[in-house]
Write a protein that binds this ligand. Structure first.
Ligand code: NAD
Ligand code: UDP
Length: 346
């Protein structure tokens, strides 16, 4: 896959999608984005265009739901795509427990619809947003891609189901090239502070919570559990800068041109574990803001420690995360302080 190629990006207006689309444009790819704006907005697309400068001419946006087969067929009939990067999906673990049908419909049925249309148009190269959640509660660390897979929520099961669907499709037709990227914990924002994460509704993840406390939208951060067997008793995760994650997608796209690639999973993480309290301290340091804490009980379903083995991605994709916790917090704060209300004005 080289920059003259045309890539379809589903969910490209979202957090990780917008950063990846910008990288694609800056590298020279023609990029078609589809999104239904379920958890994003037009302003994000406009800002990516602005950041892309002259390269913005290579971006086309359509407001399409991936479950709308008729619209997808029209799109594939009008444009020849060399590959698809598939981000579109719902991602809130708690909401998936409340509304499993909505999650299975969006994440599983949506992906099936996309795959059917791709196959009908002879487009058989795809990069998919999977998640470290498919490792469940890892018993040993770091997580390697050959670990047994499990899921602890309907959201996690949708990721696992889609991975299984990929493996079945590839087993039936080795003409497909399918890369499943298992993201660890994406945080941070583009260094310009012009695009970043803007979850509609209340946040679910640690960093957006810290951010909302820092800008005064929430009074304190609840720390979910201080009795884990970790360095300071709080949960440990592998946080990865969204710019590194975006670059991981470009590395995966290049890998799709490798005649040897079939259906493969790769971890995208840093290989380093950071506790909740370490993350708070790093954020306080770069922002100069005090983050008040409320010690709360463990969040049901939470794993104690999760971090990635990065060896396979380094070896096969020639990709490695470059940013540390300080850069992640610096860029998160830069985005948050410039956009305290996200993409909307107050
Ligand atoms: P996001 O919500 O910011 O982006 C997802 C985008 O998909 C949104 O713009 C949303 O409007 C769009 N979308 C949702 N359903 C759609 C549909 N049916 N048709 C068209 N567009 C649709 O989330 P994100 O953080 O950028 O995550 C992107 C992908 O990565 C998701 O599949 C998510 O499950 C996965 N992932 C995210 C994380 C994380 O912590 N952010 C971790 C692991 C995996
Ligand atoms: N966490 C927390 N307070 C919050 C949100 C998260 O203490 O308001 C903790 C959570 O228990 C976990 C870590 O932060 O140890 C990362 O949580 P997140 O939901 O961001 O990621 P995930 O658990 O899905 O990996």
């Amino acid at each position: 896959m080289s920059p003259s190629h045309c890539v379809l990006v589903t969910g490209g207006a979202g957090y990780i999608g917008s950063h990846t689309v910008l990288q694609l444009l800056l590298t020279g790819y023609k990029t078609v984005v589809i999104d239904n704006f379920d958890n994003s907005c037009q302003i994000a697309v406009n800002r990516v265009q602005e950041l892309a400068g002259d390269r913005a001419v290579n971006l086309i946006f359509h407001q399409i739901d991936i479950r709308d087969k008729a619209e997808l067929k029209k799109l594939f009939a009008s444009t020849k795509f060399d590959a698809v990067i598939h981000f579109a999906g719902l991602k809130a673990v708690g909401e998936s427990v409340q509304k499993p049908l909505m999650y299975y419909d969006n994440n599983v049925v949506g992906t099936l619809t996309l795959l059917e249309v791709m196959e009908a148009h002879g487009c058989k190269k795809i990069v998919f947003s999977s998640s470290a959640t498919v490792y469940g509660w890892p018993k040993v660390l770091p997580c390697t891609e050959d670990f047994p897979l499990s899921a602890a929520s309907p959201y996690g099961r949708t990721k696992l189901m889609v991975e299984d669907i990929f493996r079945d499709i590839y087993a039936s037709d080795s003409g497909w090239k399918m890369i499943m990227l298992r993201y660890f914990n994406p945080v941070g924002a583009h260094p310009s502070g012009y695009i970043g994460e803007d979850p509609l509704g209340s946040p679910n993840n640690l960093m957006p919570f810290i951010q909302q406390v820092a800008v005064g939208k929430l009074p304190a951060l609840k720390v979910f559990g201080t009795d884990y067997s970790t360095k300071d008793g709080t949960g440990v995760r592998d946080y990865i800068h969204v710019s590194d994650l975006a670059n991981g997608h470009l590395a995966a796209l290049r890998k799709l041109s490798d005649p040897e690639i079939g259906c493969e999973a790769y971890n995208l993480g840093t290989g380093k574990g950071t506790s909740v309290l370490e993350m708070v301290a790093a954020f306080e340091k770069v922002s100069g803001k005090k983050i008040p804490l409320v010690i709360s009980g463990r969040r049901p379903g939470d794993a104690e420690v999760v971090y990635a083995s990065t060896a396979k991605a380094e070896r096969d994709l020639n990709w490695k995360a470059e940013n540390g916790i300080e850069e992640m917090c610096r860029d998160q704060w830069n985005w948050a302080s410039k956009n305290p209300y996200g993409y909307q004005s107050k």
